[in-house]
Design a protein around this ligand. Structure first.
Ligand code: GSH
Length: 199
């Protein structure tokens, strides 16, 4: 039994979706960032965290990849070229797709007001648009980023696609918008959304 800690309207959603994809038993403790439940286990106060027995793992990407490796799904095997390509997609997602979304969010509502620099936000959108161009080129006609198998970076990109739309940004029509819609139409995604909306 796993315990997922953090409010699922954040990057916690990725882990919720991952747990649903894998069909695992878990409890959800929807604690907000910096609440006592999270600062007790993560000094940064950031969510998500996952408890696996007495062990705690922090960071959504680390948790999703751990669960995928442990349960042998949503991932290619370590030490294969396919896994290297998968990890390359994960890094691209974190560096080029998530980073402008997070910087935009920090300068919109996360940071204290006197630390926000709204002028940076158009640059964030520009960087995101550039990353979407790269995504479309690298993806081409493939179903998922590494081919026919849905893996962790597809889940991360699906989450970031929704985050972008919620930020008022648009996804390029065609390859990219169709891919994000495909990933977000998975039954496990819909179950995770229902759980998120109830919590
Ligand atoms: N790389 C971390 C980032 C975690 C993160 O920044 N979470 C946000 C919510 S989406 C948070 O807790 N923010 C509070 C803060 O920045 O202090 C992950 O993917 O888990």
């Amino acid at each position: 039994m796993y315990t997922l800690i953090g409010s699922p309207k954040t990057r916690v959603f990725r882990v919720l979706w991952c747990l649903e994809e894998l069909g695992l038993d878990y409890e959800l403790e929807p604690a907000p960032p910096h609440s006592p439940a999270i600062t007790a286990i993560n000094p940064s106060g950031k969510v998500p965290a996952l408890k696996d027995g007495d062990d705690v793992i922090i960071d959504s990407v680390a948790i999703c990849q751990y669960l995928a490796d442990k349960h042998g799904r949503l991932t290619h095997a370590a030490g294969t070229i396919a896994r290297a390509q998968q990890d390359s997609w994960t890094q691209f997602t974190v560096d080029d797709v998530e980073s402008p979304l997070w910087t935009n969010a920090k300068h919109s509502f996360v940071l204290p007001e006197d630390k926000r620099v709204p002028a940076v936000k158009p640059t964030c959108e520009y960087e995101f648009d550039r990353a979407m161009g790269v995504l479309g080129e690298r993806l081409g006609s493939q179903t998922y980023v590494t081919g026919e198998t849905f893996t962790v970076p597809d889940l991360l990109l699906g989450h970031c696609g929704g985050w972008a739309v919620n930020s008022g940004w648009t996804l390029p029509e065609g390859t990219v918008a169709d891919y994000i819609a495909r990933v977000r139409s998975r039954p496990a995604f819909n179950r995770a959304m229902e759980i998120r909306d109830r919590s």
